[in-house]
Design a binder for this molecule. Structure first.
Ligand code: PSU
Ligand code: MN
Length: 301
């Protein structure tokens, strides 16, 4: 049920740095054609840094590790692709569906393929109001058990960030801040919340990942990388927009896996495209860092 492209197979065999990428961000996170442009640009950035990009998604029930440009294009346009987290995987396989993998499912597949570093925009987390709704992303639980480290720009600002940090602590997931003491919050570079540890170089991060592995501490590490200054959106502006989008979500009675895609889309509309621009910039920034961490990791093997 898993197909690894020749390029990725070869790279892994030769201990070349490989970076996993998810496909939900393509199919559910951004509008066409920006989604495809961004996905291809992210792969390019990873190549420029000297690593190999493996975009992951499920096509007709087969998990593809290292999608082709044509396949990425299809993910960007096709309707009805299933947003696939851990719980959805067996159904997508059995019914031979197309599945866009979220952070949790991408981690599982990356691990099965032997890839240790994964780059995304922002992970899912504990949603606002979760004390009532219990809406907690499967991404957090996956981070606690699957040996893949995730580079992101923090948890998405639509979430309850203090609760997300508490949850990660409970689940034993280290949260590192790249060149920052503060947890970045996706569209903005600072949240006022502290990360567990600050790290200042890809080699330092690689050493931490390595130690986690050789000491059999299962699970991932969350590497949070602040959005570049010039794209960071002011809290006062974005928080108001997020509030409005959350209000609409409640009025429309949107629940479960539809929440995040709805919010991202609505925030893009309400911000006049500014949030989408920020989202693209932060993913590219994460790709750069992820590639360099993967490079450093290969030196430790
Ligand atoms: N990062 C982005 N855009 C996205 C996502 C991440 O910049 O759309 C996706 C990831 O696939 C993540 C998912 O796993 O959002 C979280 O969804 P949920 O809150 O339903 O777990
Ligand atoms: Mn959820």
């Amino acid at each position: 049920m898993i197909y690894i492209s020749e390029e990725i197979k070869k790279a892994l065999k030769e201990n070349k740095p490989v970076v996993a990428l998810e496909s939900t961000i393509i199919s559910h996170g951004m509008p066409y054609p920006k989604n495809v442009e961004t996905a291809l640009k992210v792969e390019e950035v990873i190549k420029e840094q000297g690593a190999v990009a493996a975009t992951i998604g499920i096509i007709d029930g087969v998990a593809v590790i290292g999608m082709s440009k044509e396949q990425i294009e299809q993910f960007g346009q096709k309707q009805g692709i299933v947003k696939t987290s851990r719980r959805d995987l067996p159904i997508v396989y059995a019914d031979k569906l197309w599945g866009a993998t979220t952070v949790s499912a991408t981690m599982i597949l990356a691990h099965q393929a032997g890839i240790e570093v994964f780059v995304t925009g922002g992970i899912g987390g504990v949603h606002k109001g979760a004390t009532k709704t219990m809406d907690i992303s499967a991404d957090l639980i996956e981070l606690s058990k699957t040996n893949v480290s995730v580079v992101c720009a923090g948890a998405k600002a639509i979430l309850d960030l203090p609760l997300t940090l508490e949850y990660l602590e409970t689940m034993g997931v280290p949260v590192l801040g790249y060149k920052t003491d503060e947890l970045p919050c996706f569209y903005s570079k600072s949240s006022g919340l502290k990360v567990d540890y600050r790290v200042d170089s890809p080699s330092q991060i690689a050493k931490i990942i390595h130690e986690k592995r050789i000491n059999n501490l299962s699970g991932g590490i969350l590497i949070t990388n602040p959005i570049p200054d010039e794209y960071s959106i002011d809290h006062k502006i974005i928080d108001k927009i997020i509030e409005e989008a959350l209000q609409e979500m409640e009025e429309k009675n949107i629940k479960g896996k539809e929440c995040t895609p709805f919010l991202l889309k609505r925030i893009t509309e309400l911000s006049g495209g500014k949030s989408l621009e920020a989202n693209i910039a932060l993913v590219l920034n994460n790709a750069r860092l992820g590639a360099n961490i993967a490079k450093e990791l290969t030196k430790l093997k």
